[in-house]
Design a protein around this ligand. Structure first.
Ligand SMILES: *Cc1c(COP(=O)(O)O)cnc(C)c1O
Length: 373
């Protein structure tokens, strides 16, 4: 059997939820589980968060398919469609599955008018305070709320929300970039507050702002990455921010060999040995979701020691420097990321963020759910 294995520690997930609650006391938690729970497995993640003490209050997904999966596995909490609906055919699902919908664009108001929902709806009205992605401009908001009141059945409810463009860097304010990011977020908060929407529940903060901008906590927080122990901060890993890594990606060595000075390793011969050395070949590659951009020198944990990759990452295989790790033989455990080795370090080596790596695990990797305390 192929050794590539993703272990998902559900105790760590629940601990991170509690840590989020401690950080933003009093706020309700919309747990973001889009993209298959950031690659950790939608159903398992949502069930653990729903059964936890001080459970998540609602779940956020990006598609009706994901919402259906959540209902089918017994999730009764509110589920928010983070981009709302985009065609009339969505409405029967929204009604049957009892989904909350983000409304962010005039085209959705037109769809709502056509759909004429008879039952009350729960709408998350999204305002673009500076992200320039989804959301109504502040100047449109009063008019949009008036229209919604006319279209929607009596008893409908609203949350008003916005999303930060640079919340990842507002934590430490050590660098000019962080100062700039903090200023950008402060501007977005001011634009939001200028609308004086205090009559509605509000939601602004994703992970970065939960940590870095307490003034943005409001009634609903929207943690994603932090629940999984992930950081997007440029110089702090999840565990340095007080969160526990949830995923461990591991495999085993399936070959070892001694190569001579001048030998080139792997496709393209990108690594050339400068001396006689021992290398190991691990059963994992970009076909499993290990990033090919982490070729040549990315950190890797092998037989209990920190080492690095040599040469290019292939589809099924990865070569590792075994210098000084003489006990690492065929069968030795290799951790690509996890509690032993922060996924943020691999992300940095690959020029991306941790979220992309956990989301990118492919279907041939086996998943195992654990409860390690
Ligand atoms: C994905 C998402 C989040 C979660 O962001 P994190 O940085 O993972 O906490 C929050 N809000 C919205 C609207 C999102 O799409």
């Amino acid at each position: 059997m192929r050794a590539a294995l993703a272990e998902v520690n559900l105790s760590a997930l629940v601990k991170n939820l509690q840590q989020v609650r401690t950080t933003a006391p009093g706020a309700r938690v919309l747990a973001i589980v889009k993209a298959d729970g950031y690659g950790h497995g939608l159903e398992a993640v949502a069930k653990a968060l729903a059964q936890a003490p001080q459970a998540a209050d609602a779940f956020g997904v990006a598609s009706i398919d994901d919402a259906l999966r959540l209902r089918q596995c017994g999730i009764n909490e509110r589920i928010v469609l983070l981009s709302g609906f985009d065609e009339l055919a969505d409405f029967p699902y929204i009604e049957q599955l009892d989904l909350d919908c983000v409304v962010h664009h005039p085209s959705q108001l037109a769809l709502l008018k056509q759909a004429q929902p008879k039952k009350p709806m729960r709408i998350w009205l999204k305002i673009d305070t500076g992200m320039r992605r989804l959301g109504f401009f502040p100047a449109q908001v009063t008019e949009v709320i008036d229209q919604l009141k006319q279209i929607l059945a009596p008893g409908s409810e609203w949350v008003v929300m916005s999303h930060f463009a640079q919340s990842d860097e507002i934590g430490n304010r050590r660098s000019l970039y962080e100062l700039h990011a903090a200023e950008q977020s402060a501007k977005q908060i001011r634009a939001f507050d200028a609308l004086a929407l205090s009559g509605y529940p509000q939601s602004l903060a994703n992970s970065g702002a939960i940590l870095g901008a307490p003034e943005a906590h409001r009634q609903w927080i929207r943690p994603g990455g932090l629940l999984y122990g992930l950081s997007t901060h440029s110089d702090a890993c999840g565990h340095e921010l007080g969160f526990t890594p949830v995923m461990r990606l591991s495999t085993r060595l399936i070959a070892t060999k001694i190569i001579e000075a001048g030998d080139a390793v792997g496709y393209g011969g990108g690594f050339i040995a400068t001396k006689r050395m021992r290398i190991g070949i691990a059963a994992i590659g970009y076909g499993d979701g290990y990033p090919r951009h982490a070729s040549g020198g990315a950190p890797v944990w092998v037989a209990g020691h920190l080492s690095k990759t040599v040469g290019r990452v292939a589809m099924d295989l990865l070569s590792i420097d075994l210098t000084g790790i003489d006990h690492a033989e065929v069968g030795a455990n290799v951790v690509l990321w996890g509690p032993e080795l922060p996924v943020e370090h691999i992300a940095r080596a690959a020029g991306t963020i941790s979220y992309e790596l956990t989301c990118g695990i492919t279907r041939r990797v086996r998943f195992r759910y654990t409860d390690e305390k």
